[in-house]
Design a protein around this ligand. Structure first.
Ligand code: SF4
Length: 412
């Protein structure tokens, strides 16, 4: 490990974080995430050598997010093949042949799902049961994914590439690799754009360049959000500043956020708007980089952000504000930090308040759960608050969605 890396004790067993260094390039989403909460940005991208060998804290995947990744991957595969075959729309005979060669949209969806699930192997937050459930949930969504891909493709125009044999911008190249090329006339799926002067990069879903237009399209699988248009404006800035892809310095014409049910198209920003945006991004990157030197990453807790935070169990700032169980109503999902007390039954334990040592919650678990060790301080994510008229205490259930983390004595 490099000497310059800062270690951060999260207070959770096997989760000492080696904080990330300054990124070579920022992207729209990495800047946004840093601004939302520097601690989340740092902990999500840190290394955890005691936990696993990959970079970043393992995410707990949810089927809805994976579904979006699948649709994206399928669109990428199919659009690239359509472009390579010089198809201008899905309705041409050539396009029908391309889909036939791929085995049909359903086959591409199934392959993308398999690939995505394979990439999750080795994730310490995913046991066999969770993996099986995810796999079933995704399989159930195959027809929906197929319908979404068809909807996107039916509205995608692919201008023919006149220089089919000439040098093309290549989506497979790394932003720093030597293989980046000018985006010539035609359609460029998944093209990386780089503004070296800002150290900013992005990967555009679809760039179409014709004699008189340059259009940028981004496929969005979630709900409409104004931030999607901000992201497109940033792509227009990247196109403007990319001296390789846009070597002729052509202005972008229109920007489109493509949703499954409709498209929103806006004019690309003009030159003065682009210069304002460039200055704004420069300042945002400078501010983001001041956060990187902190040995204790700054936390910006808020109810909405923390509820969805994938590293909240590593964040003391979150637990200092977590609501007390007695203030919640039956059926609520909540997180709890406490001390494991005496075992109550074969699969139930008392949890004690850290402050008073009193029994606060009767925790019930499935028979398959490993026993909790007495006196250990634990953080439990996604407990369900239940009610049992025969028990004069708060009853909470560890479900398939719950996770238990054991604390060390370290403080973050
Ligand atoms: S739990 Fe909240 S404050 Fe802590 S890292 Fe996550 S978003 Fe930031």
């Amino acid at each position: 490990m490099s000497e310059n890396r800062i270690s951060f004790a999260t207070g959770v067993e096997a989760s000492e974080a080696v904080l990330p260094l300054r990124p070579a390039y920022w992207s729209y989403s990495s800047l946004q995430e840093m601004e939302a909460c520097p601690r989340r940005w740092m902990l999500s991208r840190a290394e955890y050598p005691e936990l696993w060998g990959k970079r970043g804290y393992p995410r707990l995947p949810v089927a809805a997010a994976l579904f979006g990744d699948v649709v994206h991957a399928v669109l990428e595969t199919i659009v690239k093949r359509l472009v390579a075959a010089r198809c201008t729309s899905l309705r041409t005979a050539e396009a029908v042949q391309v889909l036939r060669d791929l085995g049909g949209i359903t086959a591409v969806v199934e392959t993308a799902m398999r690939n995505l699930l394979a990439m999750l192997e080795g994730n310490p937050r995913l046991d066999d049961d969770r993996m099986k459930r995810l796999s079933v949930e995704l399989r159930d969504r195959v027809p929906h994914a197929r319908a979404q891909v068809q909807a996107y493709l039916s509205r995608t125009a692919l201008p023919a590439t006149p220089h089919a044999t000439g040098p093309q911008a290549d989506s497979r190249t790394s932003v720093r690799g030597p293989g980046r090329r000018p985006a010539v006339l035609g359609t460029h799926p998944e093209i990386p754009l780089v503004a070296e002067t800002l150290r900013l990069m992005g990967r555009v879903d679809l760039l179409t360049v014709t004699q008189d237009r340059v259009d940028i399209t981004d496929y969005k699988t979630g709900a409409e959000d104004p931030s999607h248009l901000d992201q497109l404006r940033l792509y227009a800035l990247l196109w403007d500043l990319d001296r390789i892809a846009n070597h002729e310095r052509r202005p972008a014409t229109e920007l489109t956020a493509a949703y499954s049910s409709r498209e929103i198209t806006i004019p690309a920003p003009g030159d003065s708007q682009l210069r304002d945006l460039e200055e704004n991004v420069r300042q945002r990157i400078a501010a983001a980089e001041t956060e990187l030197v902190a040995s204790v990453p700054r936390a910006l807790p808020s109810k909405q952000k923390c509820a969805l935070c994938q590293v909240r169990h590593l964040c003391n700032a979150y637990w200092e504000q977590a609501p007390e169980a007695h203030t919640l109503s039956r059926g609520t999902w909540f997180d709890y930090q406490g001390v494991v007390g005496p075992q109550n039954g074969a699969h139930s334990w008392w949890l004690l308040s850290e402050r008073t040592g009193q029994k606060t919650i009767l925790l019930r678990a499935a028979a398959t759960m490993r026993a909790l060790l007495p006196s250990r301080r634990i953080r439990v994510l996604n407990l369900r608050l239940d009610d049992d008229p025969e028990v004069e205490a708060i009853v909470a259930t560890l479900t398939a969605a719950s996770e238990v983390f054991v604390l060390t004595d370290s403080k973050g």
